[in-house]
Design a protein around this ligand. Sequence first.
Ligand SMILES: [Zn+2]
Ligand SMILES: [Zn+2]
Length: 130
Amino acid sequence: MNEIQKHKLVRLKKQSRSYKEIASALSISESTIKSFHRRQKLKSKEVYTVCKNCGAELEKRCGSKKFCSDLCRYKWWRKNTEGNREYLKINVCKNCSKKFKSYDNKERKYCSHECYINDRFKKQEREIRL
Ligand SMILES: [Zn+2]
Ligand SMILES: [Zn+2]
């Protein structure tokens, strides 16, 4: 196939003509068209990725971008973090007795690192007094 034929093929395909119609219009075989079209599809998959938030096509040569814009990135992260995350259980802090949610299966005894430190100090003090 020469460039002109390729060009025509793409145009005819856009008009959603059948392979048969295109084949007779360009006087080439149907199988040539099919394989050309398959290659085109593969190529377009390589070039484009899709914005994770809005589904807009992205050009791969802009690096490994996952979003079409910073706004989409922001929206997506908001949708997929904190507020929406399912917590697995409610724990009670050993230090301040505050209830807190945990988002994983680990056994957590303190609501924060501060409480962890505070409780350790208290324990040490108790031990010293004894
Ligand atoms: Zn987007
Ligand atoms: Zn606490």
